[in-house]
Design a protein around this ligand. Structure first.
Ligand code: LMR
Length: 398
């Protein structure tokens, strides 16, 4: 069968990591994939994760299957984290949460669920968005459209255009929104703008699908759930795909969740029954380890505190690297105002570097940046920042 089939292109983000691994240049820098690195350039296992794993090693009694929806203690911990411990959604039991393999798995389970009942819905993603949104919703069988988001002129949010696009989206369609730390731009909505969008969703009847992969990387764990709370207040159906890959550093444990929020507990039970069918016919039930680690941390006060401190350290280091990059580019005489990099949130920034600059950086200096100019600030360290800034100056001149 394969004789006549063309190979698929490499993934635009994970494909870059494969190339990076094969690069022999000792000065190589990976600013591609969204993975946190410390100032030594490694992706550490958090201390709270190690402590939870140690406890699990001693106390875990079985590797038997989890329920289809995952461990109920995990789902409860996820709900408290993403919706807020005091959330009325939690106390009214009007949300259904299942453990999914990572944020990507969560998006796909949600997409499959929607497709089961509403296959004619269109999926609206921001322009631009994480490349895999197109892949995931496309693979689930949906047509995808775009709403305005990023303003290339002022490197900020084009809220007026975004809002007027959202006003035209028909009831029943699905709008994918990045709850915080927009991927790839790092440009988020303000609190007032989220309020307006949540009210609009209620008025128009389109369904928000919140991608919540970076909780804690914006302004803090509680601050970053602001958008989730606004949709809760609107009393509408919506979806939240959340992930522990970044904020717990559990990348390879594939630990995420899909939460369906509905107006009532009765509807949440119906949603849960269908979520289970979607999961059962895909991967049957989730892998246990990452979920056990996350719920152990979230349910143990000392580990929870340790986690918040470690998360704050990651967030602050990225902010420091944003400042260092802006200063370093100026020092190297790179023309232009790069102050927007400091205003953005999360791991990413849309650098504004052309594809030609991106390709020169890779070919001449082994610096890997995602096509379109998205950089992962967490790939910068105090040791490589000067090398990167000098390389950018050179690439922009030639
Ligand atoms: C990214 O955008 O780099 C991350 O979310 C990793 C991925 O799966 O693409």
């Amino acid at each position: 069968m394969w004789k006549t089939i063309q190979p698929a292109p490499p993934d635009s983000i994970l494909g870059l990591t494969e190339e990076f691994k094969n690069d022999q240049n000792p000065e190589k820098v990976n600013l591609g994939v969204g993975v946190y690195k410390d100032d030594a350039g490694s992706t550490p296992i958090l201390r709270c994760v190690k402590a939870a794993e140690k406890e699990l090693l001693e106390t875990e009694k079985s590797k038997s299957y989890l329920p289809i929806s995952g461990d109920p203690a995990y789902a409860a911990a996820v709900q408290r984290l993403i919706l807020g411990a005091e959330s009325e959604v939690v106390s009214s039991a009007r949300a259904a949460t299942v453990h999914a393999p990572g944020g990507t798995g969560a998006l796909r389970v949600g997409a499959d669920l929607i497709h089961k009942f509403n296959p004619q819905a269109r999926i609206w993603v921001s322009s631009p968005t994480w490349a895999n949104h197109n892949g995931i919703f496309g693979a689930a069988g949906f047509e995808i459209d775009r709403y305005a988001y990023y303003n290339t002129e002022n490197k900020g949010l084009d809220f007026d255009k975004m809002f007027s696009d959202l006003e035209k989206i028909p009831a029943g369609d699905v709008v994918v929104l990045h709850t915080c730390c927009h991927n790839p731009s790092g440009v988020d909505l303000s609190a007032d703008q989220w309020k307006l969008v949540a009210v609009l969703a209620g008025q128009k009847g389109w369904i928000p699908f919140l991608d919540f992969a970076y909780q804690g990387f914006g302004d803090g764990v509680n601050e970053d759930r602001f958008a989730v709370e606004q949709f809760a207040a609107a009393g509408i159906d919506y979806y939240v795909a959340s992930s522990f890959s970044k904020n717990f550093g559990l990348y390879n444990e594939r630990t995420g969740a899909i939460t369906v929020v509905t107006p009532s507990a009765a509807e949440a039970m119906v949603a849960m029954s269908h979520l289970k069918t979607v999961v059962r016919t895909n991967y049957s039930n989730p892998p246990a380890h990452g979920g056990l680690v996350a719920s152990t941390i979230l349910n143990t006060p000392e580990l929870h505190t340790m986690w918040l401190e470690e998360l704050a350290a990651m967030r602050n280091r990225i902010v420091d690297m944003r400042k260092a990059l802006v200063a370093g580019l100026a020092q190297q005489g790179v023309e232009g105002d790069f102050s927007f990099i400091e205003k953005q949130r999360g791991m990413f920034s849309f650098s504004g570097w052309s594809d030609e600059v991106v390709s020169r950086l890779r070919m001449n200096k082994s610096i890997y940046v995602v096509g379109g100019g998205r950089i992962n600030l967490a790939g910068l360290t105090t040791s490589n920042i000067e090398y990167v800034c000098a390389a950018v100056a050179e690439a922009m001149k030639s």
